[in-house]
Write a protein that binds this ligand. Structure first.
Ligand code: MN
Length: 130
């Protein structure tokens, strides 16, 4: 089977480290972008199987990255897993409306996270947390 490719978009060092640790067990090739503009460049170039997307980013926000991807024919169906510390009313709706398929709150649950990633790479979107 061909290796899956996962792009992690995260500007915070600690969150990135946690995310990469949680992904260690997956057999995927991991790519990293540290800001929204680089994320857009990399999704176009790499055509990943999954994008794990922080929402608060320098430059283009995660919301803008998701919208940009959904506007591109080759990237409109690539699963996006949003990771967000936002807890304001309406944030969840805003994230899903931008085209993200799933979201998890920060700090990431390092036990649940790999299962969610695995399910999405297997073509299943698990039920959303409330
Ligand atoms: Mn951030």
């Amino acid at each position: 089977m061909e290796k899956k490719k996962v792009l992690v978009v995260e500007d915070n060092d600690l969150n990135l480290k946690l995310c990469l640790l949680a992904l260690r067990a997956s057999d995927a090739t991991i790519l990293v972008a540290r800001n929204g503009d680089d994320a857009v460049v990399q999704v176009e170039r790499e055509n990943p199987d999954l994008v794990i997307l922080d929402i608060r980013l320098p430059g283009r926000s995660g919301i803008e990255v998701a919208k940009a991807m959904r506007a591109m024919p080759t990237l409109k169906d690539v699963p996006i897993l949003a990771v967000t510390a936002c807890a304001m009313p309406g944030d969840k709706e805003r994230i899903l409306a931008a085209g993200c398929n799933y979201y998890i709150p920060k700090p990431i649950d390092t036990r649940a996270f790999p299962k969610i990633v695995h399910a999405i790479l297997a073509g299943q979107i698990p039920p959303l947390p409330c």
